[in-house]
Design a protein around this ligand. Structure first.
Ligand code: PMP
Length: 555
């Protein structure tokens, strides 16, 4: 088998709706789109099988009951559980974790310990905090570096009082995978319950609870192309048998009298009330759909996009990447001190590129990375290289526009105070000059750059004259908000081209930054000195000297 993202995407009707033809959907860690088979299964349930289960025995009720138990069977295979009694239908990962936090802590003694990681989703933090408060338990955290758990150091926080270890299989904020094999080895043989939050993992790889070796695992169908409102809780049968039910109500009882009740057998003991029946039907179709895919090729496709995404974003200056392209479930997270992530999110939204901004319900982790919010782009298998490229170029355009807006604003301010405007070099790219093959090509680009130096009669004053330059050249200077701006004018195109090369690297920097800029090396690296006539090279050095003099006079 193999995998084609284009063919896969065709199975998701949302993308072929007229209003969504240009949509780049990169918010998959929040929820994925649904294939036609899932949408049809939900609709078909209401058309052909809608009745409540168990409680009645007419034809439709029987049909609905059979459907639920058939999907439970499918789910047991999907997770490789030992039996259907180990599969509990929940509303999602959050409900699964609340169930565990409530039921597993009942009967624990004050001072017993729960170990979590700093990278957990709030769904795997808050329920434990609530339970800890109720039973006087202690929560300890796996040692971390900037919020990223160092699972190799887990034994440092394990103690004879540790009763529960509940950790994510992969971060929804930064994408990194947890080393489940390492966890298994460290937790083996200990008298505690190990819970894995696989909410993010399940979309990206096959989940095998027996191979993982955990006691419990939770996931949400909507994260792996299934409907909202339905999730799975896997639990080892021996532990589920011992645990008290979480919620009480219909369906979870065998017998009720006025003072007490007897509970139903597994798994129904944990399924109080009417389940999300249509969503269960959709989940069944979703599992079947996934089983028809080449999951290995699908994951390889996602990983290829993820590497491209990280590789391209790393090229954009000023962007602080918080995620890595390796060992990652499919998430790019970044920040940038030049703008608020929400502004970029709106810009992307304007181009119909959907991403998410915020703390991603993992506040402790995002805060530890030094931010209150990040921008997250998360992948699914229907994403394509074109999606990645459109996203990256939209971000690049936003950043470039921001820079030129900034320089335009500064220019205006300069114009008011000194009668001249700093030239706008935002369209010039030093790397473009570097990558030109051969001197002729580079010279041609330099001549184009000369056009970015506008005529400035206001600075053609004796005190601005650059001495040592063969042609007439004037350089004016101004400091604004601790940054330095220079304006050049000259009769010569070559001097203007060299001036653009020089000022591109200087304007808007502090004096210290300018002093640290090694212009001479760049000048030589680009072979200007070798190919320009000595008088032209000297002109460049004369400009540099004038820059240093002007800076010296303000130091
Ligand atoms: N854990 C993780 C790692 C998640 O990413 C999410 C959802 N973002 C959850 C738990 C909670 O899932 P749900 O909202 O579907 O209950």
């Amino acid at each position: 088998m193999s995998f084609s993202a284009a063919q896969f995407k065709q199975q998701f009707p949302l993308f072929s709706q007229p209003e969504n033809r240009e949509l780049v959907y990169l918010d998959n860690a929040a929820t994925t789109q649904k294939p036609a088979v899932v949408i049809d299964a939900v609709r078909d349930f209401y058309l052909h099988s809608n009745a409540n289960t168990h409680r009645s025995s007419h034809r439709l009720a029987r049909r609905a009951t059979e459907m639920v138990e058939r999907v439970r069977n499918q789910a047991a295979t999907f997770l490789n559980a030992g039996s259907v009694r180990e599969i509990i239908f929940t509303r999602g990962a959050t409900e699964g974790l609340n169930l565990l936090a409530s039921s597993l802590t009942e009967g624990l003694a004050a001072g017993d310990e729960i170990v979590l990681s700093t990278a957990e989703h709030h769904a795997n933090l808050v329920p434990w905090q609530m339970a800890a408060r109720r039973h006087n338990l202690t929560i300890r955290y796996v040692p971390d570096e900037k919020g990223i758990p160092q699972f190799a150091r887990l034994p440092e926080v394990l103690s004879p009082r540790t009763r529960i270890v509940s950790v994510t299989a992969g971060s929804n904020a930064l994408g990194f995978r947890s080393d489940l094999e390492l966890l298994r080895r460290m937790l083996r043989g200990r008298d505690l319950r190990w819970i894995v939050d696989a909410a993010q993992l399940a979309a990206h790889q096959l989940v095998d609870v027996q191979a993982i070796g955990c006691d419990f695992l939770v996931c949400s169908a909507h994260k792996f192309y299934g409907p909202t409102g339905i999730g799975l809780l896997y639990g080892r049968e021996q532990w589920l048998q011992q645990m008290p039910p979480w919620q009480g109500g219909g369906e979870m009882i065998a017998d009720v009298d006025l003072q007490s009740s007897h509970y139903a057998e597994l798994p129904h003991k944990f399924e109080a009330g009417t389940s999300s029946l249509a969503a269960i039907a959709g989940l069944g179709a979703c599992i079947e759909f996934l089983q028809q895919q080449d999951r290995v090729a699908m994951a390889a496709h996602e990983q290829g996009l993820l590497k491209s995404l990280h590789g391209q974003m790393a090229q954009l200056p000023g962007i602080e990447l918080l995620s890595h392209g390796e060992n990652n479930l499919g998430i790019l997270a970044f920040s940038d001190s030049r703008f608020a992530p929400v502004d970029l999110m709106h810009w992307l939204d304007g181009k119909d590129i959907a991403v998410r901004v915020g703390h991603h319900c993992a506040q402790p982790l995002v805060r530890a990375s030094g931010h209150s919010a990040t921008l997250r782009a998360s992948l699914a298998a229907y994403n394509t290289q074109e999606d990645v490229d459109r996203f990256v170029s939209a971000v690049a355009e936003f950043v470039q526009q921001l820079d030129s807006e900034k320089s335009a604003a500064v220019s205006e301010e300069l114009a008011i105070t000194d009668g001249w405007q700093a030239d706008d070099f935002s369209a010039l790219d030093l790397d473009a000059l570097r990558s030109r093959r051969g001197w002729q090509e580079r010279y041609r680009l330099l001549m184009q750059w000369s056009k970015s130096i506008a005529a400035k009669p206001a600075i053609r004053l004796p005190e601005n004259t650059v001495k040592g330059c063969e042609s007439s050249a004037w350089l004016a200077h101004q400091a604004l908000h601790g940054k330095h701006y220079f304006a050049l004018d000259s009769d010569s195109r070559v001097v203007k081209g060299l001036g653009a090369f020089l000022l591109l690297q200087l304007n808007g920097k502090s004096a210290e930054e300018i002093r640290q800029t090694d212009l001479e090396s760049v000048f030589r690296e680009l072979e200007f000195e070798k190919h320009l006539s000595p008088s032209r090279s000297n002109g460049f050095y004369a400009l540099m000297q004038r820059v240093n003099e002007l800076l010296g006079s303000v130091a």
